[in-house]
Design a protein around this ligand. Sequence first.
Ligand code: PEP
Ligand code: MG
Length: 756
Amino acid sequence: MRGSLFGPRVLLRRLREVMAEPISAQERLDKIVVTIAANMVAEVCSVYVLRADSVLELFATEGLNRESVHKAALKVGQGLVGHIAAEAQLLNLPEAQAHPDFSYIPGTGEEAYHSFLGVPILRAGRTLGVLVVQNRARKHYSEEEEEALQTTAMVIAEMIASGELASLSATEEAGLDLARPIHLEGVALSDGVGLGYVVLHEPRVVVTDLIAEDPEKEVRRLEQAIANLRLSVDDMIERGEVAHHGEHRDVLEAYRMFAYDRGWARRMEEAIVRSGLTAEAAVERVQSDTRARMMRQTDPYLRERLHDFDDLTFRLLRELMGKSDKPPELPRDAIIVARNMGAAELLDYDRTKVRGLVLEEGATTSHVSIVARALNIATVGQVQNAVTLAESGDAIIVDGETGLVHLRPPADVEHAYAEKVRFRARRQERFRRLRNKPSVTRDGIEIALLVNAGLLFDLPHLDESGADGIGLFRTELQFMIASAFPRMNEQHQLYSKILDGAAGRPVTFRSLDIGGDKVLPYLSRSVHEENPAMGWRAIRLGLDRPALLRTQIRALLKAAAGRELRLMFPMVTEVAEFTAARALVARETRFLAGHGYTPPVSVRLGAMVEVPALLFDLDALMAAVDFVSVGSNDLFQFMFAVDRGNGMVSDRFDVLAPSFLRALRSIARTAAAHGKVATLCGEMAGKPLTAMALIGVGFRSISMTPASVGPVKAMVRSVDLAQLEARMSEVLDAPGGGSLRAMLEDFAAAHEVPLS
Ligand code: PEP
Ligand code: MG
């Protein structure tokens, strides 16, 4: 085999010398193609680089007509080179002209060559160009030659990524593909516009040292790193720890499967031994191949596993490079880009620097979105391939109003957004002026507007927004950001501060709602739950582990000494659960009284209506409680059987469906008949249109993210409630019917009710 005369190791060593020479980028590329051609005994070696306009431009060649460098160009998908770029897959052909995609590139003189070996130039799964060798003789290139060319392509990928080739292109202004402005569409999850720079939530480890000094040593380093990786995966599984994005066993099992995959380990080792790569480069090489192969899969399950494979590869690279898992230093205007993350992880970032969040997954009512809204971080979810396309430090704009993301935006887009930010600031100012105006409809009905909160930093929002109080205080957030169970004293302190800050305005605490997608890393669960949202969570866990709930109740009672305590329980399914919780509160109250503590002046206890079963026992419920609060996020999830955290289905049905509105109406009516207040604190309270529907079916109290109070108040103050109720009753009293969205939009337009 002629190719093995020198072998990939020799080739790489030569390339390293070329890389070290103090010459221009073009000269270096020219030398590289000569070196490859000589080493592989090929008559032709050419490099094509992908430009931003999806054209592959010939950047250097040995063997073809040099005049055509920077002139010859092919569209992606055109000819063999275009085919390789489009498929991200190598082609090895003894007779190139027999391939259906073959076409001559005019002026290059390539007609004379029969055999053809071309590989994509890949970096982190992205195609940056194509590297080709050709021979006159009809031959099938050996596996070793394929290997050598793929390895060489990595060196060229690094050159392209370094930016040194950009100025060589024939159309310099178009730039290379790597720097192409990209416009992505997703789903708006948290309103706001963020301009800033990409911070990858899990930073890609950039391998720059490709060529091994001592391959044997590299093999040993790889073996050690794999052994460590396996240990850490076993450890994670043993501790039942969730992979960073709060997920399930599937992910951990996939980790284990990959970590112990002998084929994976062998391929990486071969890449060191045969090609002379460093351990890091070998890991990356095999990742690129595997990624390209898995990307071609249409099976969503396998594509999902691709993410897990990537995660594991990064862990292995970090293992090799000794990088810690600590979050990166943030620039001032950071836009975090992630596949997905848990609410607690978002809270780990310095929120004064985070301007935006882009997720490949995520849904409106998933908790990371709720926290993003609470933090006022513009967020767009379900943005496909965001992580692959973004490079750390790239300029990026997140439009949480329309769901658009602009990666490396051109100047005109940036200007348009600077203008949009100014416009939004003016609108904000208008809302601020509403702050001290009452929240009353045109026909004089008062609507209480409350805010949802969960941490101390939410307190200033109460004044800024002009809300009437806190309608939902999610106590679990304190638990989610802690590394161990917050002690009673810590809980007591937080609750006191919140009550102090609220200065007499009502605060409704909710007892711990953990379980579902709200996971506490330190709370070990002995059983794996297939459907955690319907599992052992919220009040179920509270009643089964009364010590936990009692500690919290005690902390709340102490904090509310001499003032009112309002407490509600999440996920109540049967009235008896509420009664049991009430008994716990009574017991703790007696205990504290017996120990000389000042009791609250009043204790008002409520139930959240989140489980459909309660809808059919509303009279008994209302008789038992002091108030209710509808958790429409969960109620909708369970009534419509759509997982609120799953972007594939979470928007499939509309919360303005008549069936859902009828259910809400019956809650509001039954509560009123019993003289009890019904609040609604799910995400639908925070959008003017859906909030309008809520007051239209009878809610006089709604609780939302603080930034929504202004827009919702503007809606309330312009609506004539009697007219709205009449219009909605017409539709809801008749059987059937589709979503009321269009009808309500028309109503708003006809009556000049502002919806944004
Ligand atoms: C809800 O379910 O609507 C709710 C307010 O609670 P959470 O979003 O915290 O589950
Ligand atoms: Mg809920």
